[in-house]
Design a binder for this molecule. Sequence first.
Ligand code: FES
Length: 230
Amino acid sequence: MTRYKKQDPEITRRKFINVAMGTGAGVGVLSLVSALGSAKPAFRLTPEKAPPIKGDILVHASADKEGQPIRVSELSEQGVSAWPMGKDKDGNNVIRKGEPNNQLSVFRFDRDRFKVPEDGDHAHVVLELDGITAEGIVVYSGICTHAGCPVPNDPNDATKLFCGCHSGQYDLLQGCKVIGGPPPRSMPQVPVELKGEQLVLKDTFVTAPFGFLNEADWETYLEQVKEILG
Ligand code: FES
C-alpha cells in the first residue's frame, strides 16, 4: 500500500502565495491559473488526456520505440522517456499522450543513494521511501512545476533535473525536491511496481502537477476524472 503524509494545506497555500509574489516570469502564468481555478477543464477529458491511472503500464515515448513497453533491463541513471498506457472502454490500448504532464521520465539508481528529504521545503506530499521505489526505479513528470517547460535530465549530473526556462533544479535522489530556482514544488512522482519486466503504475501523480493551484485543486480534478472515465 502506498503510504504518504500530507503537508499542512495552510503551509501549501502560503508557499504558493510567496512564490506568486516572488518570481518574475512565473507570475503571469500562476496568476492566470489563479484567476481561472484549475487550468484543466475536466469536461474535455478523453482517455488520451487522462492523468496516469493505477494499472497503466509505462511505454517508450521516443519516436523509434513509441508504444513499446519499457523493460527494467533498459533503465539506468540516464533516464528513459515514457508515456502511461492504459485501456479505453472497449479494451483498446490508449497512450495517454494528450496530456503534457504525462511526459514521464524513468530512472534507476542504486537504492542506497536515495534519501528521504527532511527540510520540509520539497513537496506538498512526502512519500516514505519504501513506498516510492521499485528496485531503485523512480518515475517523475518531465514538466516543470513552475511554468510548464519540459525538463530533460541534466547532462552534467544524472542525479539532477535542470529546467532551462528559469534555471529550476530538482534532486532526483530526494523525491525530486526543488534545490534551485523558482519552481514552487517538487516534480510530481508516480509510484510504480514491477510485474515481471514491466513497469505498472500503483497510483497517479502523488502531488499536484503543473497547472493546478494546490493539492486540493488536483484532488478535485481526480474526482472528476473518476466520474467521467469510470
Ligand atoms: S518553467 Fe520556470 S524554472 Fe522551469
